[in-house]
Design a protein around this ligand. Structure first.
Ligand SMILES: [Zn+2]
Length: 582
């Protein structure tokens, strides 16, 4: 166990470590092609190896326009950034009990190797490289435990399963709940609620949220911050999750224990994270405009008219925001560009859930990852058409299109769902549907005059470049496999052609046809609940072909993701400190 004394300065140390790392010159260096293409050449020293690993994350300033914010709201944001730094420290401890002590050791090491190691440790929030199957990057660190620090060190999954099964029902619900950790108690285990396990930090975070609530003028923001502060102390998050669904206004924070991915054993335990964001009004207005078009799009889907839904339901709320700061589980390795919360089923059945899209994070990925990819994979003429507007519009419409097309279906007189019928193929097919049908939907809106004609070529070309970004993450997960199905279809239909130099180009007329055809094929498979056809599609087309692999091989020097530098957040905190000094 760590003493309170040790916990207190750690948050300060964490921010110091991040600040200190920001000036490491190695980070700013562009990814060297030779270094990545022939890794053995750079393994001659450990600092170089760590820098090469870190360089897969391109340092990127995350900025947001706050010109329309009141001075009070700027102070609210500064308080939220401070509270978010506490989430960072808590998350670090949730990942591994040894993380805090190791971080303090790493900070003391001023050798080039030590500095490189600290930098990469901070990217990963621990001594394991998340992009490399959790390879150990700090000598002496144990292999990463799938149960993280939610469960006692040395406990096995089977042991915990037996113990959980032996508990009376109410206890079992707590054991499998989001907000408790399991600790040893003599020969057996015991449950410790988060408000006890993380009492010091949560008390401080609650105080900051209360101060922020005191400064805020928007009632729904006050309500969320006040009830979330209460939840930190009571361990009951229900009301504050409900209040989060009701948030209105410009400041849009998400702070607390949320996602369960870090608990790889059971996906029970929520990891601390924070997103401090502000609403993007222009994009939100655009989204509303699209929502008004959805029924018309559904009525014109290229499927048998009797499969169309004459009255589509209200779609789940989507907000488009710009990120000011992200911490904890929301800031390690590959950065989150969109999230869906809450996870508590009780809240979802009462209030639904909300999708939050981080526009400036998408923009950063577009600039630092997709643009360099496009220079390698597209012909020079097509590359000129790459456009963020097209990229982001496709992302927005993708989310909306999940709501269109077949969901509840009848197979052989039996009421069922697409999900049940398509089983293991469902996710890949559904992701492919959302992607390809959003090209169809955007084209529909262009033809209708809702969107500018100038978007047309940009749309297909930007989508083509983005398929390589997605496939690079692997086709073993739903999105990559779904993307491969689409890219191979476009190739087979001549909508995408490969030049002799290995670059790819779009044939606009054929692309429109192929998009309509694949939208029809996929939605028909879904409407029929045709598992055999879905499997055939996935197995035949959800593959990486040699031409595509050759292009992927040329992308070795392009970063995988970004490493955010929260410039706007730093300014806000500095500003708040100055006004306090006055
Ligand atoms: Zn999707």
């Amino acid at each position: 166990m760590y003493t309170t004394k040790m916990k207190q300065p750690l948050m300060a140390v964490m921010s110091m470590a991040v600040g200190l790392c920001a000036c490491t010159p190695a980070q700013e260096a562009p990814v060297s092609e030779t270094a990545t293409e022939t890794p053995t050449a750079s393994v001659n020293n450990e600092a170089g190896r760590l820098d090469t690993m870190a360089a897969r994350f391109a340092p990127t300033e995350i900025v947001a326009d706050l010109s329309r914010l009141s001075p009070a709201d700027r102070q609210v944001l500064a308080k939220l950034v401070q509270a978010s730094k506490i989430m960072d420290a808590l998350y670090l401890r949730q990942v591994w009990a040894g993380n805090e002590a190791m971080l303090l050791d790493l900070i003391r090491d001023q050798t080039p190797e030590g500095r490189a190691r600290l930098h990469y440790f901070l990217i990963n929030k621990g001594p394991w490289s998340r992009l490399d199957d959790n390879e150990v990057i700090v000598p002496g660190a144990p292999p990463k435990s799938p149960g993280a620090n939610f469960y006692p060190e040395g406990a096995t999954k089977e042991e915990l399963e037996r113990w959980i099964a032996s508990l009376p029902q109410a206890e079992r619900a707590r054991a499998t709940g989001f907000f408790t950790v399991v600790r040893r108690s003599g020969p057996t285990f015991t449950l410790v609620p988060y408000n006890q396990e993380y009492q010091n930090e949560l008390t401080q975070a609650a105080a900051l949220l209360r101060e922020a609530a005191g400064l805020a003028s928007e009632p729904t923001l006050k309500a969320y911050l006040t009830s979330r502060a209460g939840a930190f102390l009571s361990n009951d998050y229900y009301d504050s999750d409900v209040a989060w669904m009701d948030l209105k206004g410009t400041v849009e924070p998400t702070i607390g224990p949320y996602e369960v991915y870090e608990d790889e054993w059971f996906n029970y335990k929520a990891a601390f994270e924070s997103f401090v964001t502000v609403l993007d009004e222009a994009e939100t207005a655009k989204l509303q405009r699209f929502a008004g078009e959805l029924q018309d799009i559904e009525n014109n889907l290229p499927i048998d008219p009797k499969l169309r839904n004459p009255k589509i339901g209200a779609s789940a709320p989507i907000v488009v925001v710009n990120e000011i700061y992200a911490s904890g589980d929301a800031n390690h390795g590959v950065q989150t560009a969109a999230f869906n919360l809450p996870n508590d089923e009780r809240v979802i059945s009462a209030k639904g859930s909300k999708r939050v899209m981080l526009k400036n994070v998408q923009d950063a990925k577009f600039a630092k990852i997709l643009t360099p990819i496009s220079r390698v994979v597209l012909t020079p003429e097509d590359q000129k058409e790459l456009a963020f507007e097209a990229f982001f519009t496709h992302i927005l419409v993708h989310e909306l299109m999940h709501g269109l097309g077949p969901h509840n279906i009848t197979v052989g007189g039996r009421q069922t769902t697409v999900r049940q019928e398509l089983k293991d193929t469902y996710s890949a097919i559904e992701e492919a549907k959302a992607d390809i049908s959003s090209l169809f939907a955007i084209q529909f809106m262009i033809d209708k005059g809702v969107l500018a004609k100038s978007l047309e070529r940009q749309l297909y070309i930007t989508f083509l470049a983005s398929t390589f970004r997605a496939i690079r993450f692997g086709i073993n997960e739903a999105h990559g496999s779904g993307i491969a199905i689409q890219l191979n279809t476009l190739l087979d239909k001549g909508a995408v052609t490969v030049r002799s130099d290995g670059t790819f180009a779009v044939d606009l007329a054929k692309a429109k046809e192929a998009v309509t055809g694949l939208t029809r094929d996929i939605m028909t498979i879904q409407a029929e609940g045709n598992y055999a056809a879905a499997r055939d599609l996935r197995d035949r087309l959800g593959v990486v072909r040699p031409q595509v692999q050759a292009a992927l091989d040329k992308l070795m020097s392009v970063p995988v993701d970004i490493e955010p530098r929260f410039t706007t957040a730093d300014e806000l905190v500095a500003e708040a400190n100055r006004s306090r000094g006055r």
